[in-house]
Design a protein around this ligand. Structure first.
Ligand code: SF4
Length: 368
């Protein structure tokens, strides 16, 4: 009789290598935090919009919007909009992406949440709430949290259009052929005992490269560096999964940065001319006469998509798979220990199992 193959998903392995105790509490004991991270849902919404774009669906932005209102996974619907259990980061908010209608809506929220004592201007009130939230000696009320979440959700809603359109303008023209989108794949260890499963976002023929590239899409809060992909275990595994089928050793990340870059640009208040030189007033000539209008600074959004590609050797892929076989073996045998290096920085915030690990308390956790 053949020996049973141990199967692990990339996300479970990633969790185990970050902290085996976290993996055990989450996947074996099925404890979870009722607080959900907005970033996970946001990445899915951006991806849904981009997949719709690649499928030539003219309503690709609507698809992204719908996925930022609610998402369904394994028949379970999670409402994102106005969900008090979704946690946002301070960097999610950006006053420069809000429309005048958004600001009016936020003003009405200030009134209904009775936060007028913090001010009337929606951005100012956000800043006040944010300051209170960051101060451990101050109490953030439920209404303040509701306002913080509303501002963050709305900001990210506006950024959806910017990010998906950035992909359309900067990445799409460079795609020569779409081989696969959201491809489910797996990779077996040499002895056939272990298998890693995962979803590959995209496989494209891409401008400037003579082989297909296996891509993972990242919606990030910062820029990626090339060494991030050179050291990436995820990309090595994905290449191990599909590199042979597509005759490629190239893999990469397409990174859409949620922190939209900005530039200060000056325009003439009188004639609207953009300032190009160092003139103190507008130098545009109108019927032979200098305009001399006053300059006015405006913030312009300069979103950028990063495309990072690296090649992986067979050695890198094989050694990664060997490591993963050991990890899967440890998971199968239930070897669990605490990696206390990640307790206060679990992907950018405190680990939800701090109480469970250090006080044996399940306060703040729910059973899935
Ligand atoms: S609190 Fe620390 S040790 Fe416990 S699961 Fe989280 S990261 Fe691991």
């Amino acid at each position: 009789m053949s020996e049973k193959v141990t199967i692990g998903s990339y996300s479970q392995i990633n969790c185990y290598t970050s902290c085996p105790k976290h993996w055990f509490l989450k996947y074996k004991e099925k404890w979870d935090s009722p607080v959900l991270k907005a970033s996970l849902f946001y990445g899915n919404a951006v991806e849904a919009g981009i997949i719709a774009l690649l499928e030539n669906n003219p309503a690709y932005l609507t698809v992204a919007h719908e996925n930022w209102i609610s998402q369904t996974k394994y028949n379970h619907v999670t409402l994102i909009q106005d969900n008090d259990n979704i946690a946002y980061a301070h960097a999610d908010f950006d006053e420069h992406v809000l429309t005048p209608t958004d600001k009016d809506l936020l003003k009405s929220y200030i009134n209904s949440l009775e936060l007028n004592f913090l001010g009337e201007d929606p951005v100012q009130v956000y800043k006040e709430v944010s300051k209170i939230k960051k101060n451990p000696y101050k109490n953030t009320t439920d209404n303040m949290m509701k306002y913080f979440n509303k501002c963050s959700w709305l900001s990210l809603y506006r950024k959806l259009d910017i990010l998906v359109e950035t992909f359309k303008q900067q990445v799409l023209p460079r795609i020569k052929k779409v081989h696969a989108v959201q491809k489910e794949s797996s990779l077996e260890s040499a002895d056939g005992k272990f298998k890693v499963k995962g979803f590959i976002d995209f496989i494209f023929d891409f401008e400037g490269y003579d082989k297909p590239i296996i891509f993972d899409l990242k919606t990030s809060a910062g820029e990626y560096s090339l060494d991030k992909i050179e050291l990436s275990e995820q990309l090595a595994i994905y290449l191990g999964m599909e590199g042979f089928n597509y005759n490629t050793n190239l893999a990469g990340y397409i990174v859409l940065n949620k922190n939209i870059a900005k530039e200060v640009v000056s325009y003439c208040k009188k004639c609207g001319t953009k300032k190009e030189g160092r003139h103190k007033t507008c130098n545009m000539l109108q019927e032979g006469k200098r305009c001399n209008g006053e300059w006015e600074d405006k913030i312009e959004l300069k979103p950028e998509a990063q495309v990072l590609v690296a090649s992986k050797t067979d050695f890198q892929i094989d050694s990664m798979l060997e490591d993963y076989s050991h990890v899967l073996k440890a998971m199968k045998e239930g070897i669990v220990y605490k990696n206390i290096n990640n307790c206060t920085n679990w992907f950018g915030g405190p680990c939800p199992y701090l109480n469970k690990c250090f006080k044996d308390s399940t306060e703040g956790l729910v059973k899935k």
